[in-house]
Ligand binder design. Structure first.
Ligand code: NAD
Ligand code: UGA
Length: 483
């Protein structure tokens, strides 16, 4: 078997494939990386001369793309050609929750992974290491192996063989470049030790050896799901305590600090917020729930499902609090929404808490003005599935039913004039520096500022006549209404 590695193909140029291959290409200048995708628009954006037009916003990404692109890192839709020349193929395509058929609403839809495996079986040459980079249900490697091994020869009648490995990705959006450069661990699961060591050699270019873990393939697949489930469970736990703080006079920031000092608990992932978003936490937990149900482990399934249920409940309670504080009706009231991305430093809105919260507020009749420094109007429209009003819209000539709310987009922060309330949903740095003493003067009184991310400078807000609510803060002083 020839295990020498020179050419690498990655199928899928998304939030994982793009940055991961860019980091590898940057660290391994002697290897060639072909990142291929069926989405031609996305490929064109990866090739954009103007690096601010890359399809993904991620701090530090532009710089590493600039150093490797078109040297040893290539983005294209030449999938067959990339597979033909590859010694290693990473599968990094999307694996969303199934919407139809068996396992709908819980199990992952593997049709894109299967399609990749079929393409690899058809076009690969000699021996190829196939790496699961996508997050996959336990035992998917078996399915991939079966598809790969079914033809025995490629399109040209040449003999082919494969080693299938699991190498899940643990990067978080917004910190992807740092996570890739300094990973807590690199996990490689498989049976073929030679192939596992070969894959490890790529990482050894920059990752210390003691951080590269080898496991059996099923442990690797399950460890990825478990890691996300544990992280999401911490957020659901802290958000549930946050609600208790609000009614008991405790403050979630103080509780988090106190429990985080326990070295067994640790201080990370204890920030209470509007509920976890992102494309993976919910999907991966539901996947685990499906797996448990499939094997008859009903109690296990119920335990993990509750992590998702609490998160949905937490998102819906934010909109309810806004309505309650604004005298039970927000019809015709202007509410400024600060942030639509599911977290700061990314343009990704998948499963963002802002989607449900904004929809709920619009349904209650509010007039939202939504700002986000990196998310586009069209993306917000796709997520809300409601058309925006244009910015020169004239309220007086509007003949619509008054009970239906609306939204419009703004890419500037000059939006507070005559607002009844402001709701902070994403922890962007620029929202931390807002001069609330000046903004308060522009708003309609009694005006409210709702902070679901604990980023507002509340000492400054206290000096204004704004009413202030922040998540998980039951301390009387902060919650006291000024009118
Ligand atoms: P994504 O949707 O951003 O990207 C997937 C890409 O694959 C898309 O551009 C799509 O066009 C392409 N694709 C689909 N089928 C294809 C095919 N047959 N041939 C060529 N291209 C194809 O998804 P993502 O966020 O990069 O996630 C990919 C996987 O990585 C998922 O399994 C996810 O769970 C996992 N993951 C994601 C993150 C994250 O932060 N987003 C982190 C760790 C793991
Ligand atoms: C998460 C994991 O952190 C990654 O390790 C994993 O690779 C990735 O999922 C994946 O498999 O897709 P990501 O979703 O990009 O990464 O971002 P996180 O930082 O985990 O944040 C997820 C959500 O939790 C965000 O909405 C964030 O605002 C929220 N969060 C996070 C909190 O509300 N509080 C916290 O303390 C931390």
């Amino acid at each position: 078997m020839n295990y020498s590695i020179k050419n690498i193909c990655c199928i899928g140029a998304g939030y994982v494939g793009g940055p991961t291959m860019a980091m590898m290409a940057y660290k391994c200048p002697n290897l060639i990386f072909n990142v291929v995708d069926i989405n031609k628009e996305r490929v064109a954006a990866w090739n954009a001369k103007d690096l601010s037009k890359l399809p993904i916003f991620e701090p530090g990404l532009k710089e590493i793309i600039a150093s490797s692109r078109n040297k040893n890192l290539f983005f294209s839709s030449e999938i067959k050609e990339a597979i033909k020349s590859a010694d290693v193929v990473f599968i990094s395509v999307n694996t969303p929750t199934k919407t139809k058929g068996v396992g709908a609403g819980k199990s992952s839809d593997l049709k894109w992974v299967e399609a990749c495996a079929r393409e690899v079986a058809k076009y690969s040459k000699g021996h190829t290491i196939v790496v699961e980079k996508s997050t996959l249900p336990v035992r998917t490697a078996e399915v991939i192996q079966k598809i790969l091994n079914s033809p025995k020869t490629n399109f040209n009648g040449e003999k082919i063989s494969f080693s299938v490995l699991s190498n899940p990705e643990f990067l978080a959006e917004g910190t992807a470049i740092n996570d890739l450069e300094n990973p807590d661990r690199v996990l490689i699961g498989g049976e073929d030790q030679k192939a596992m060591f070969k894959l490890a050699e790529i990482y050894k270019a920059w990752v210390p050896e003691d951080k590269i873990l080898f496991t059996n393939i099923w442990s690797s697949e399950l460890a990825k799901l478990t890691s996300n489930a544990f992280l999401a469970q911490r957020i659901s736990s802290i958000n549930s305590i946050s609600a208790i703080c609000e009614v008991t006079g405790a403050d979630i920031r103080e509780v988090s600090r106190a429990i985080g000092k326990d070295s067994r608990i640790g201080s990370k992932f204890l920030d209470s917020g509007p509920g976890f978003g992102g494309s993976c936490f919910k999907k991966d937990i539901l996947n685990l729930v499906y797996l448990a149900e499939y094997f008859g482990l009903k109690e296990v399934a119920k335990f993990w499902e509750e992590v998702v249920n609490i998160n949905t409940w937490n998102q819906s309670r934010i909109a309810k609090i806004v309505v309650k504080k604004l005298f039970g009706t927000i019809s015709d009231k202007k509410i400024v929404i600060l942030g639509f991305a599911f977290k700061a430093n990314t343009n990704d809105t998948r499963e963002s808490a802002a989607i449900k919260i904004c929809r709920d507020l619009i349904e209650e009749g509010a007039e939202l003005v939504i700002h986000d420094p990196k998310v586009s109007q069209i993306q917000i429209e796709n997520d809300l599935k409601i058309k925006p009003l244009s910015n020169d819209y004239d309220k007086n000539s509007d003949s619509r039913d008054n009970n239906i709310g609306s939204w419009r987009f703004s890419n500037s922060l000059d939006i507070f004039e005559n607002a009844n309330a402001v709701l902070v949903l994403t922890e962007w740095q620029e929202y931390k520096d807002i001069p609330w003493d000046l903004i308060a003067k522009q708003m309609i009184k009694p005006a409210w500022l709702f902070d679901s991310r604990s980023i507002v400078d509340y000492k400054l807000v206290k000096k204004t006549d704004l009413n202030f609510w922040r998540l998980g803060d039951g301390s009387q002083e902060e919650q006291k209404e000024k009118y």
